[in-house]
Design a protein around this ligand. Structure first.
Ligand SMILES: [Zn+2]
Length: 113
């Protein structure tokens, strides 16, 4: 099964909070990346070092729809750390926590390197 990163949490609590909510609507989710904590003092805080919430590829669409609402409640606190980006596929403004467009699932442009 293929896991896809759905969301980058501000911290482990944020990531687990979302994971629990996804599981309540029947979407299996896992939190990966938080074990990097011990070395974090030397690392810049980037999307790669923050704990991420991953879902199965086939659950991406319903999970994105759910997280869009979740983020709109949280975005006041997170917007400054993760700038929004514009989807090259449909022109939608996407919150910075996402690696995929929630409309058409186009990946974030600078993610493909
Ligand atoms: Zn799009």
């Amino acid at each position: 099964m293929g896991l896809i990163k759905l969301y980058a949490g501000r911290d482990g609590m944020d990531a687990h909070h979302l994971r629990v909510q996804l599981e309540q609507i029947g979407i299996t989710a896992v939190v990966l990346g938080e074990t990097l904590g011990s070395g974090r003092g030397d690392l810049p805080m980037t999307q790669e070092t923050l704990p991420g919430v991953f879902v199965n590829k086939e659950d991406l669409k319903p999970a994105l729809a759910f997280v869009r609402d979740y983020v709109s409640q949280q975005s006041a606190a997170t917007r400054q750390d993760t700038p929004a980006w514009t989807c090259s596929g449909c022109g939608e403004q996407i919150e910075g926590q996402f690696d995929f467009c929630w409309q058409c699932e186009t990946p974030r442009p600078n993610h493909e390197r």
